[in-house]
Design a protein around this ligand. Structure first.
Ligand code: PLP
Length: 389
């Protein structure tokens, strides 16, 4: 087959591969505890499920406007006002099937041979994959454990060249659980003012998932870069709706029509009944989200304490999202070998740090989207496995 060359540059998201291997082992009768995939394990709140079912019964069976239902776009602007304190024009909001399409569209708009795109490393694997696919050069923003997996803004700014077209920032972050502070973002934005050719993709899909009273700081709140900031967010994580496929982007005035055209060329529009569920999620009661975050917080402490008690592991306390990202260099094993050992010998699915970029070597990701009892059993299995390895 005469396949396009760019297909050889397309990567993947290893968490899905680990999930497939874990399922295959389960099918063979193995007992696997899955701490690999980044999906909350809670049921979507009942009021949201009811709204989706009602929409199907009420006849939401057809195409909607490409950018999404006007009422949902209005609900998005209300949510942004409530949680980010920013006024957004609903015409700049585009609803998409999940968080990923906004990312995909931004890469298609800004990536090509001769361009450079800055992205966090370790970071969500699709960034590097899609940058490579687009033909652009992937330039890592290195996130280091010593600084709680944030970055030095001046180091990031120094990486900008005339070829830089896009900078991706993710806070709170996958896979590190890092949260970028206001001081770092203030300095970054100040520096970006000298580089008006750089567009910013701010992936804030974990914006509601922070701990210890820490506040998520949105890049959308910075007036000086508003006309070149793309906000990515969605319902997957906050409302435990990963399988519904619902997300949104807020696009600058100069890009929204291009984004809409990409949507028309790919998805046509997001699913109509799912959009109705999205309205209920934003406008309905939020106590299920609060409850979920309280549970995540308890698990966070449990897993970090447990990991730190395992010889060879050391784990900083995540400040957002629902991942622990321990340093495993003390085990003497590579991340990939340890991931494989834990899956096949301990029956615990995790994701090697290298699945999130070269800077992830020496780390392994545990998602704590699992029950307390499962986490306790997983920790015991990991400890026993390493003792006998
Ligand atoms: N951005 C980050 C940082 C993520 O971790 C994820 C999912 O894991 C996504 C985007 C994609 O979200 P969705 O599943 O809604 O496409």
């Amino acid at each position: 087959m005469n396949l396009a060359r760019r297909m050889s540059r397309l990567g993947t998201e290893s968490a899905f591969e680990v999930l497939a291997r874990a399922k295959a082992l389960e099918a063979q009768g193995h007992d696997i505890i899955n701490l690999g995939i980044g999906a909350p394990d809670f049921h979507t709140p009942a009021n949201i499920v009811d709204a989706g079912c009602r929409a199907l019964v009420d006849g939401y069976h057809f195409y909607t406007p490409a950018k999404g239902l006007p009422d949902l776009r209005a609900a998005v602007t209300e949510d942004i006002k409530k949680y980010r304190g920013v006024d957004v024009d609903p015409n700049h909001v585009m609803i998409v099937p999940g968080g990923k399409p906004t990312m995909f569209f931004a890469m298609l708009m800004f990536g090509e041979e001769g361009r450079e795109i800055l992205y966090p490393n370790p970071g969500f694997p699709i960034y590097e994959s899609m940058i490579e696919f687009s033909g652009a050069k992937a330039v890592p923003i290195e996130l280091r454990e010593e600084s709680g997996f944030t970055f030095d803004p001046d180091e990031v700014l120094a990486k900008i060249t005339p070829a830089t077209s896009l900078m991706i920032i993710n806070t709170p972050a996958n896979p590190t659980g890092g949260l970028i502070g206001k001081a770092e973002l203030d300095r970054l934005v100040e520096g970006l003012e000298a580089h008006p050719h750089v567009t910013i993709l701010s992936d804030e899909i974990y914006s509601r998932m922070t701990y210890d009273g820490l506040e998520h700081q949105s890049l959308l709140a910075y007036e000086s870069i508003r006309d070149r900031t793309i906000l990515l967010d969605g319902w997957s994580k906050t409302y435990s709706m990963t399988g519904w496929r619902l997300g949104f982007g807020v696009w600058p005035a100069d890009l929204i029509d291009q984004a809409e055209r990409l949507q028309i060329n790919s998805n046509s529009c997001p699913s109509a009944p799912v959009q109705m569920a999205g309205i209920e999620a934003f406008r309905g009661p939020q106590d299920e989200v609060d409850k979920m975050m309280k549970t995540f917080d308890e698990r966070r402490k449990l897993i970090v304490d447990g990991l730190n008690a395992i010889p060879g592991f050391s784990c900083v306390m995540p400040r957002g999202a629902f991942y622990a990202f321990p340093n495993i260099t003390g085990t003497g094993m590579s991340s990939r070998d340890l991931q494989n050992l834990l899956l096949t010998k301990a029956g615990v699915a995790t994701v090697s740090g290298t699945s999130f970029g070269a800077m992830g070597e020496g780390y392994i990701r545990f998602s704590y989207a699992a029950g307390t009892e499962e986490i306790e059993r997983a920790l015991e299995r990991v400890a026993n496995c390493l003792q006998t390895a």
